[in-house]
Design a binder for this molecule. Structure first.
Ligand code: BJW
Length: 256
């Protein structure tokens, strides 16, 4: 028999029977949309920079021009990309679970806005969004120029005279309280958690898989590689999410 991917029967049955579904996504779900994952080596002009060094309040304080140029480059890159079949499968999954009266919560670490564009109605953006920006002092929203226009200056300046920053969560910053509340509420009552395209090394999101498992949920991981959470998940499905998710969701929902 040809090897056309992992065996989806048991995880698809679990997904079909679940009444509370939580999906946790990371950068890998957007890889096939052409957005590099967070821990990929950067390309071109940014090849000599380390994302983990730039995604910090300290880097922004030290060099706001560099950090805002990097985020604006990513903002315009995300705006130019489209949701891929993996994103679309998760939107279909939300419709299917809700149509049969179940609960569905999408928790994403991604800042690219692609889940919303694919049709998921209310994703919890744990690490914020690169598409929205705010004054670094007052917190007031400051709208960036519509893509493909870059900001006219780096860093952009707010009406309060302070540098404007992307509305993302950097290392050492706390996640939005409402996002954490919605996450823990969903994790405490779900019977299935699907983790897709995350290296599962950044907390608190990485710990969500353990929280769901400790509450009795079954867990599915979709990733081409092992992660620190692989040993505890119920099913580890190896492969790219743009291939696996459409098949998994089709097997779970069928004609629904
Ligand atoms: C594919 C694929 C394909 C490829 N299909 N898959 C507990 C223990 C230890 C440390 C801490 C802790 N609690 C808090 C911390 C500190 C810190 C942390 O976790 N550090 C660790 C690195 C050790 N956490 C924080 O600081 C958080 N704040 C917080 O907890 O506040 C309270 C506190 C502070 C300090 C101490 C204690 C408490 C904030 C975390 C904010 C993270 N922000 C970033 C940047 C956002 C803006 C931006 O994008 O620039 O979020 S960091 C970066 O990592 C980004 C991502 O959302 C996040 C996760 O990365 P992700 O999505 O998993 O991407 P990758 O690249 O790592 O992995 C991609 C995966 O896809 C890989 O596995 C591939 O194999 C796979 N893949 N192709 C499917 N086609």
């Amino acid at each position: 028999m040809p090897d056309d991917g992992p065996d989806l029967q048991a995880p698809a049955e679990a997904l079909r029977g679940a009444r509370g579904v939580v999906v946790l996504t990371g950068a890998g779900v957007s890889a096939e949309s052409g957005i590099p994952t967070f821990r990929d080596t950067m390309q071109g002009l940014w090849a000599s920079f380390d994302p983990q060094q730039l995604a910090t309040p300290e880097a922004f304080a030290r060099d706001p021009e560099l950090v805002t140029r990097w985020y604006d480059h990513r903002r315009l890159g995300c705006a130019a990309c489209e949701p891929n079949p993996g994103h679309l499968a998760l939107a279909r999954l939300e419709r299917g679970v809700c149509a049969r009266g179940g609960s569905f919560t999408l928790l994403t670490q991604n800042v690219d806005g692609l889940h919303r564009r694919a049709g998921n109605t209310d994703p919890v953006e744990l690490h914020g969004s690169v598409m929205t920006w705010r004054c670094s002092e007052t917190g007031e929203a400051v709208a960036p120029p519509p893509p493909p226009e870059p900001w006219p200056e780096f860093p952009p300046e707010s009406l309060a005279g302070a540098p404007v920053r992307p509305d993302v969560v950097w290392f050492g910053e706390t996640l939005p309280e409402a996002a954490l509340e919605r996450s823990f509420e969903a994790l405490s009552s779900c019977d299935l958690l699907l983790s897709v395209g995350t290296s599962a090394v950044v907390y608190p999101a990485a710990g969500f898989i353990e929280v769901a498992a400790a509450n009795g949920a079954r867990t599915i991981e979709v990733n081409p590689k092992d992660t620190p959470m692989t040993p505890i998940v119920t099913w580890a499905l190896r492969g790219p999410s743009a291939h696996i998710l459409p098949s998994l969701v089709e097997a779970a929902l069928g004609g629904e």
